[in-house]
Design a protein around this ligand. Structure first.
Ligand SMILES: [Zn+2]
Length: 322
C-alpha cells in the first residue's frame, strides 16, 4: 500500500533506469517498511536468520497478490494475465527481496546494521529493476527468461546460505535417529558387504546401522538430504561428479572414517566423526562463501560476517581443499 501511495508523486517511464530507480526502489522499500511495521507482531518468532527470508517472502507474496489483482482489473484478458503473472511475477517478487530479510534479521538480533539494510534494499531494487527492465526494453527482452531464472537461482542460493548460517541446526548424534522394524539391505563401504539391517530415520533422512562395524549407512538420496541439513552451502552433487572416475571409494575426511562408494552410491561413516566433520566443514563453508569474489563481498556487507562466531574464523591458506 505504501507503494501505490508513493507512485502518485512519480512519473514512471518504461525503461531500464526507471525500472531500477523508481519501480525497484519504491516497491522494495515498501516491502521493507511493511516488514518494519509488522515486526512488533512477529518479534517473538523472529529468532533465526532464515526467519528473515521467510517473513520478507510472505510480505512479497502478499505484495504480488495485490499487484496481480490491480493488473487484472486493468486487463482485457484478466485470466490469462493472472495465470502468467502468478508464475513469473510472484516468483519474481520472491526472488528480489530475501537480501532485506537477512540484513534486517542481523539488525534486530545481532547488532545495528544500517549499512547492511541500505545495501540490501539497493540489491533488491537492482534485482527488481533488472526483472522489469528486461521486460520494458524490447531490444533485450529476449533475455528476460535468463534474467528471471538467474534471479530465482540466486535467491534459492541465498536461502541455502542462510540455512548454513542457521543457529537452529541440531548436532548430528546417533540418538536423533528413530528406529523402525522395517528390514533393509544396505551396502557398507567399510565392511565391503551387503548388510541386512533395519531402517532408521531423522526427518526425511533415512539411514541404517551396520552391526558389523558400528557405522551408519546412507544411500545416495539420503546422503543428499544429510548434506542439505548439516552442510547446506556445500554443493554435494558437483563434488561427487568431480570424484576421480577410477577410484570407487573416496574418503571425505583425513582419517578415512567417512567413506563414499561411487558405484554403489552409498556412504558409510562413524557417526561421531561424521558429526565433527560436518561442524568443521560447515564453518569452513561459511567463511569460504564470504571470500568468493563479488557475491562474497555483498554477503559480507549485508553483515553476515557478524553471524559467524569468532572461533569459526581461521586461516585457509594453510589448508588444502578437501
Ligand atoms: Zn560395516
Amino acid at each position: 500500500m505504501y507503494a501505490s501511495f508513493i507512485y502518485v508523486f512519480f512519473d514512471v517511464q518504461e525503461n531500464f533506469l526507471d525500472a531500477i530507480i523508481k519501480i525497484g526502489l519504491i516497491e522494495e522499500s515498501a516491502k521493507f517498511l511493511t516488514l518494519l511495521s509488522v515486526y512488533p507482531f512477529i518479534k517473538k518468532n523472529f529468532n533465526e536468520i532464515v526467519d528473515g527470508i521467510l517473513y520478507i517472502s510472505a510480505i512479497s507474496l502478499g505484495f504480488s497478490v495485490i499487484e496481480n489483482i490491480f493488473y487484472a482489473m486493468d486487463s482485457e484478458q484478466p485470466f490469462s494475465l493472472l495465470f502468467q503473472r502468478s508464475i513469473f511475477s510472484t516468483l519474481g517478487h520472491l526472488s528480489f527481496s530475501g537480501y532485506m530479510g537477512i540484513a534486517f534479521y542481523i539488525h534486530k538480533r545481532i547488532h545495528k546494521n544500517y549499512l547492511g539494510i541500505v545495501l540490501s534494499i539497493v540489491l533488491a531494487a537492482f534485482a527488481h529493476g533488472f526483472y522489469d527492465g528486461f521486460i520494458f526494453e524490447s531490444s533485450i527482452s529476449f533475455l528476460f527468461q535468463f534474467v528471471f531464472i538467474a534471479l530465482v537461482i540466486l535467491q534459492l542460493w541465498m536461502l541455502k546460505v542462510a540455512l548454513g548460517f542457521s543457529a537452529f541446526r541440531q548436532k548430528l548424534v546417533a540418538d536423533m535417529f528413530m528406529r523402525t522394524e522395517k528390514p533393509i539391505k544396505m551396502y557398507c563401504t567399510h565392511c565391503n558387504k551387503i548388510i541386512n539391517t533395519q531402517e532408521i530415520y531423522f526427518g526425511k533422512i533415512k539411514a541404517a546401522h551396520c552391526f558389523l562395524c558400528d557405522n551408519m549407512l546412507f544411500a545416495y538420496k539420503n546422503v543428499n538430504y544429510l548434506f542439505d541439513y548439516f552442510r547446506p552451502i556445500f554443493n554435494l552433487k558437483k563434488y561427487i561428479k568431480k570424484l576421480p572416475f577410477k577410484i570407487k571409494i573416496s574418503a571425505f575426511d583425513i582419517n578415512n572414517t567417512i567413506l563414499y562408494h561411487s558405484s554403489k552410491k552409498s556412504l558409510s561413516a562413524n557417526v561421531v566423526e561424521l558429526s565433527d566433520w560436518f561442524e568443521y566443514e560447515n564453518s569452513r563453508d561459511k567463511t569460504r562463501i564470504l571470500s568468493i569474489p563479488f557475491f562474497g563481498f555483498f554477503l559480507k556487507h549485508l553483515d553476515l560476517k557478524h553471524v559467524i562466531p569468532a572461533r569459526d574464523f581461521f586461516d585457509f591458506s594453510t589448508y588444502n581443499n578437501s
